[in-house]
Design a protein around this ligand. Structure first.
Ligand SMILES: [Zn+2]
Length: 90
């Protein structure tokens, strides 16, 4: 009995990840927009819907934060390779 409770706790991991194009096509884009919007780039879709991440089942707009570690981006600490990441992550 005790071990079952322990396992349930361990499985309760908060999902926190960057949305992929597959997420947009499968979960976010309305069916009538799918034909047109599925041609767009993932960066354009994130801007259009103002959603970048899924955190604990909720869609979130994390623009202005590093897409990997989610700390807020500073001008002097933003990756030169991609403006959506901090120096530590990219
Ligand atoms: Zn980062």
């Amino acid at each position: 009995m005790l071990s079952i409770n322990k396992d349930q706790k361990r499985n309760k991991v908060i999902e926190k990840r960057l949305l992929t194009k597959k997420d947009f096509i499968e979960k976010i884009i309305e069916p009538h927009n799918k034909k047109d919007l599925s041609k767009m780039k993932i960066s354009e879709l994130r801007e259009l819907y103002k959603i970048t991440h899924i955190i604990d089942g909720n869609l979130k707009d994390m623009r202005g934060n590093c897409f990997s570690c989610l700390t807020s981006l500073r001008h002097d600490y933003t990756s030169k390779f991609d403006k959506n990441y901090c120096i530590d992550c990219l």
